[in-house]
Design a binder for this molecule. Structure first.
Ligand code: SAM
Ligand code: SF4
Length: 440
């Protein structure tokens, strides 16, 4: 019995795919690298934008043909599976097993049944499930909170992933202990809004308290994704400042620099409040590396609104940004009530924003030249003769391959910068792992 997993979307999906892979292995399945070798293909889907949805549609079409040819079992999980749109697709393409993001622990039951199995419930045992550490990994994710209580008008996530539910701190710490024992040197705490951790469960620690606990476990690097500006409070900034293991990489999605647009997005902060939070971060953590998410071309966004996003970018001077063209998602308030802008307008604004991002990333990257940073080398780079890793600020760093022959943490002096990469020379190593380099 051989299974192949295909994952679209965010780090939370990567974590869920690992969780499901571990369920399959414990049921006796062998994991294989291609559809051709597999008896069961499971697709972990994303529904945040139209593009990944179309990719899944095309893939399910191909899998149906393969199924007709040789009786393949096909499964679908993740955000799209939770939506009517995904369930219709599943019926059309003959999907056998469909599991919403809260129903992943139903997989063993689904595999026992010899009929179509759909589960869209949110199961408590999913929160308790601790997947074993991924083999040979130096970096791993740990989900600390599932779901989202915000209602941004463009976003489908609250519908697909349900309300916020925090995992018990004892389970989180146990999972991280196991990762540490397996040699993991970097842990990323995951959630749609990690700052909300603990608020839904009386007696649980706050996110700041959890950060301090995890930061004292002896893992060299602890990161977290994603934060919401509305509750990125001072106690979190202070916990980062006082806990050396926590990296000073802060991803704080702004979405837009215009108050008019933020209001229509139902983001619960305004430009001035966002900039106040950035000011506080810069005051307490002057070496913080800042990144953001921005949506361009939200319905009704005028040129003046867009100019405000550009000017906010200049005010913050982000190191990195993830920029998206607004994608209307059926089921969201913005889809229902607002007229989409013409595609040319959205694309042209995105191009201007990308130029801005390149300028700032280059300026910020140049500031690192001559400094020594800790790089977690993970694999062979696309650039010949180099291996690639990332520093504590999440910058991709390339070093000559012969200087870092095994994955692990290295001290690297940065010699050169481009808008997207830093190049350096190894000046010291810290416990490189004795295993051969995989492809990055
Ligand atoms: N919870 C996180 C937050 O609020 O920042 C991120 C969750 S969301 C999966 C990741 C990013 O996708 C968002 O920050 C937003 O920029 C983008 N996004 C969500 N819905 C979108 C849409 N309909 N069109 C374009 N981008 C979208
Ligand atoms: Fe989506 Fe907003 Fe929730 Fe983030 S905070 S997941 S953008 S609804």
């Amino acid at each position: 019995m051989r299974a192949h997993l295909i994952t679209y979307g965010c780090q939370m999906n990567e974590y869920d795919s690992h969780l499901v892979a571990s369920e399959l292995v414990s049921l006796g399945w062998e994991l294989v690298d291609s559809v051709e070798e597999a008896d069961f293909v499971l697709v972990n889907t994303c529904a945040v934008r139209g593009k990944p949805v179309e990719k899944v549609r095309a893939l399910l079409g191909q899998l149906r043909k393969e199924k007709e040819r040789r009786g393949l079992l096909v499964g679908m999980m993740g955000c799209l599976a939770q939506l009517d749109e995904g369930q219709q697709m599943a019926r059309k393409f003959g999907v056998d097993i469909l599991l919403g993001p809260g129903a992943l622990t139903s997989l063993p039951e689904a595999l026992k049944k010899h009929e179509r199995f759909f589960d869209l419930t949110f199961r408590q045992d999913l929160l308790d499930y601790i997947p074993p550490p991924p083999k040979g990994a130096l970096s791993a994710h740990v989900t600390i909170i599932r779901g989202c209580n915000h209602h941004c008008t463009y976003c489908i996530v609250p519908t697909t992933r349900g309300p916020e539910v925090s995992r018990h701190p004892d389970l989180i710490l146990k999972e991280i202990e196991m990762l540490k024992a397996a040699g993991v040197v970097e842990v990323t705490l995951l959630g749609q809004n990690v700052n909300s951790y603990g608020k839904d469960q009386p007696g649980f620690p706050s996110f700041a308290e959890l950060l301090r606990m995890v930061g004292q476990m002896g893992i060299p690097r602890v990161r977290f994704l994603t934060s919401h500006p509305v509750n990125f409070t001072d106690d979190i900034i202070e916990a980062i400042a006082e806990t050396p293991a926590i990296t000073r990489y802060i991803h704080l999605p702004v979405q837009s620099g215009s108050d008019r647009v933020l209001r229509r997005m139902a983001r619960e902060y305004r430009r001035a409040q966002y900039l106040e939070r950035i000011g506080r971060i810069r005051e307490i953590l002057p070496d913080a590396v800042l990144s953001t998410d921005i949506i361009v071309g939200f319905p009704g966004e005028t040129e003046e609104d867009f100019q405000e996003t550009l000017s906010l970018y200049d005010e913050v001077g982000y190191d990195q940004a993830y920029m998206f063209i607004y994608s209307p998602r059926p089921g969201t308030p913005a889809y229902k009530h607002f007229q989409d802008l013409p595609r040319e307008v959205k694309v042209e604004r995105l191009q201007r924003l990308i130029e801005k991002q390149k300028e700032w990333s280059y300026r910020r990257n140049l500031e690192w030249v001559g400094k020594t940073v800790e790089v977690l080398v993970r694999g062979v780079a696309k650039e010949e003769g180099y291996v690639q890793g990332h520093d504590r600020g999440n910058h991709p760093v390339l070093v000559p391959a012969h200087q870092a022959p095994t994955p692990g943490l290295y001290q690297v002096e940065i010699k050169q910068a481009t808008p997207h990469l830093l190049f350096g020379e190894v000046v010291g190593a810290r416990e490189p792992a004795p295993i051969p380099l995989p492809v990055a």
